[in-house]
Design a protein around this ligand. Sequence first.
Ligand code: XIL
Length: 362
Amino acid sequence: MELNRRQILAASRGGLAALILPKFAFAADRPDLGAIAAMRGLRFGSAYDREVMTDGAAASLLKSEVRIGAIENSLKFDWLRPDGPTANFAAADEVVDFGLKAGLRLRGTALIWNDWLPDWLKWSSVADRRQIMDRHIDEVLFRYAGRVTSWDVVNEPFFPLHGREGGYRKGYWFDALGPDYIATAFRRAAKADSQAELVLNEAFCEQDDELGQSVRPLFYECVKRLKADGVPLHAVGFQGHLKPHLPFDYGRFADWVASVAELGVSVKITELDVDDSQLPADVAARDAAVAAQVTAFLEPVLKVEAVKEVIAWQLSDKYSWYGTADWYPKDRPARSHLFDAEMKPKAAAVAAAAAFRASAAR
Ligand code: XIL
């Protein structure tokens, strides 16, 4: 037996009850999460990249489910400029064109990030590095102005475990320019594309462990300072790579998110998925645990009216980044996403649909 779309939607209204439906219940259909979210004034999106050029099923799933496309890698500094300061935009252009033809609003991730930078940058002088940063922001934002309309201008500003004063993440940008690199990047981005939505994106805040608890106040104070200084910051993003094996209290996280929004920013969940590396190997048990984590997170977070967008970090397990991470177990494929490797909705998709339906209208 396979459920048709109406039955899946009806099941999704049942919230947790839907999670105990047999596995085959989620087999064939497309729930259209984008439409369900839109009924509450929410926008649902997903990361995607070049895989959609050669995988018709993945492309079709993306087109039918999402309203926002976040370009997973092709616009990142190391992908555009792997060998030196001159960029090659060929691959990124194709990925952008694909998203526009699919009718998506596009997000760029990530303009300035202290992680994943090419080695050649380390040999540049401080003065050169400042210029390289300016040039990168100018070239990328000019090129995609009006097409990529929202940008993570700075990604992951804080990582207290690096031991830098102020808890900043170390890396070639921070080490050369200091904490000011954040305001500098936002100001430059606003000059290059005055219409773009400029976002500060952060990891770990949703965790209630020591790391999450230490990043939250740093992030809050940073947003407060940027706003007080008149820096063009429009929205904040919280990644939402959920980790069920770490302490979490998503109600508390949601309260904190509401307090950040009061500083004058809208909020996005930018990279939703579930790290299932430490969940049971059994597929049914793992899928139920992933879905329960999606529910536990989205229900309180979507009560915060300032949260306007939820973006999954890829729709299908087939393109999970967890499989490529060196710390992820190699003996079993990740089941971290809303759709399985055959592009079929899993319990997690039903859980997301239920949470969208249960959220207040924006
Ligand atoms: C990841 C991509 O998913 C991988 O394909 C790539 O190899 C590394 O980057 N936080 C972020 C994202 O902000 O940009 C990262 O994306 C995942 C963690």
